[in-house]
Design a protein around this ligand. Sequence first.
Ligand code: GMT
Length: 378
Amino acid sequence: MNIGIVCYPTYGGSGVVATELGKSLAQRGHKVHFITYSRPIRLEHFTQNVTFHEVRIQDYPLFEYPPYESALTSSMVDVARYQDLDLFHVHYALPHAAAGYFAKQILAEMGKHVPLITTLHGTDITLVGKNKSYEPTVAFSINHSDGVTAVSDFLRQATYEAFDIRNEVRVIPNFVDLNRFKRQDKEHFRKIIAPQGEKIVIHTSNFRKVKRIQDVIYTFQAIRKQIPAKLLMIGDGPERPAAEALCRELGTCDSIHFLGTQNPVEEIYSIGDLFLMPSATESFGLSALEAMACGMPVITSNAGGLPEINQDGVTGYVCEVGDVEKMGIKALSVLQDEGKWAQFSQNAFNKANEFNIDAIVPQYEAYYEEILKRKVSV
Ligand code: GMT
C-alpha cells in the first residue's frame, strides 16, 4: 500500500506514535509518505520505503497567521497524485482531519479517491478539540473521515460524549517496540547519576499544565524525606520554570536533574526504579508504557486511559489526580520493598508486552484493508 501519514513532527505522543507506525509499516513492505512541516523527531535515519515531504508555507505580509492548513492540504493533494497514495492516515484531528477532508474533495474532483483515516490521540478531543473555536470543524471532519480510531477505550467514549459523532470510532491502542524499549545494562550510567546507590525516579513529558509536573516534584519530596533518591525530569515545556522554582523553594534541587528533551530515552529508562505520571488528563500515557517496557513500575493518576495500562497494585499504583500524599506513600511502598519491586517490574514488562508493536501494527493494516474495501465516501 502507498500510505500518506500526516502528524505533528515535534515532541508529543501523537507524532511519536505516527512515526513509529510509519516505520513499522515501511518495514512490512508498504510505501510510507510523511507529510508535515519538519522531519518527524523519531525519523532519525534514512529508512527504506519512507519518504518525508515537507509542507512549505509561503509567507506574505498580510498573514498574521500563515495558512498552514491550506499549505498542508495542497501538499497532501500533490503527494497523493504523484505518489499514487491509496489512503491518508492523519494523526491528531486538529487541523489534520480537516485538511484531509479538503484534500479528499480536491482529489475527487480530479477523479482520484483517497480514503481518509483519522486517529484521535487525546487533547484533540478532551481539551482543545471541544473548545468552541474548533468544535464544529473537529466534529465535521471526524464524521467525514472514512475511518476513525482512538488510542484507548477512554478516548473512544470521550469522543462520543464530547461530539455528535455518527461514525464508528474503533479502538486501536498505542504500542511499544520491545526491541528498542527494554532494560539494558547501564550500571556505569547509574553510578554517575546515583553514586551513593540512591533510587532513581523518572518523569517524561512535554511539561504542559495537564502533566501536573508540580505533583511529580511533591511526590519526589515525600520519597526523598524517607530514602536517598534522585529525580530525572526528561522533556521540556512551559511549566519547566515553575517546576524549577518549586524545587528551589522546597530545597530539593540538588537531587533533581532537568535533562531537557532526550533521545533515545530507553537508555535512561534502563536505570530507572520508578516512573511517575500524575497527569490531569491522559488518553493513553505512551511514556508510561515505554517506561513499563523497560521494567519500571509506575505511579500514575487515575486520569483518562491510564488505568488501561497501569493496573493498580500489579504494575504500580493508580491514585486520584492531585493526591500527592498517596502517590508518595505508594512510591515508597514499591521502592522500599525489593520483592515487591521485582514483581511489579516483571508485571509492568508483561503488561507492556500486551501492547507489543508486532501485535498492534497488523491491526492498523487490517483496518486499512477494511476501509479500502468499503464503498468510497466523498
Ligand atoms: O498532550 C500530550 O500529551 C501530547 C499528545 C499528543 O498528541 O502529542 O499526547 C496524546 O497522545 C499520546 C499518543 O497517543 C497519548 O499517549 C497521550 O496520553 C495523549 N495526551 C493526553 O491525552 C494529554
